[in-house]
Write a protein that binds this ligand. Structure first.
Ligand code: HEC
Length: 112
């Protein structure tokens, strides 16, 4: 049963990789900063995939309102809430994005 051995090797490899990935943010300050940067980069990627069509590639707005400096108009909690639960024609993303993903988008938006 070579096939079965192959799967076992793959599984072990996957477990090994996951364990290594977890060590990336190993509690050092640098590790934490790297992790935060990664989350923000992920937020940008998600925005471009999910939000750009209505809010524009530069947050300039379109079908939806401009989101530049939106952090000055709305609190972090309000932003997470609008994205999670929607508002009027703004679709709710709670079934399509995890809380972590929504928070990453908000963190990225607040840095623009
Ligand atoms: C189908 C188009 C559409 C998509 C996709 C969309 N939005 Fe919106 N968004 C809107 C509209 C329209 C509004 C205005 C809602 C209202 O009138 O209350 C809005 C409002 C908002 C607001 C509140 C802005 C303000 O000034 O009050 C935020 C924040 C926001 N969207 C973020 C996002 C994010 C982040 C995503 C991607 C996860 C996203 N939107 C995806 C259409 C969209």
């Amino acid at each position: 049963m070579a096939g079965r051995k192959g799967w076992l090797a793959l599984l072990l490899l996957a477990v090994g990789l996951t364990a290594c990935g977890g060590e990336g943010g190993n509690g050092t300050e640098q590790g934490k900063a790297d992790e935060a940067d990664r989350a923000v980069a992920e937020g940008e990627r998600l925005y471009m995939n999910r939000c750009m069509s209505c809010h524009g590639g530069e947050l300039e707005g379109g079908f939806g309102p401009e989101l530049r400096n939106v952090g000055e108009r709305m609190s972090w909690e309000e932003l997470v809430g609008v994205i999670r639960d929607g508002r009027n024609s703004m679709p709710a993303f709670r079934d399509r994005l995890t809380d972590d993903e929504i928070e990453a988008i908000v963190d990225w938006m607040n840095k623009q």
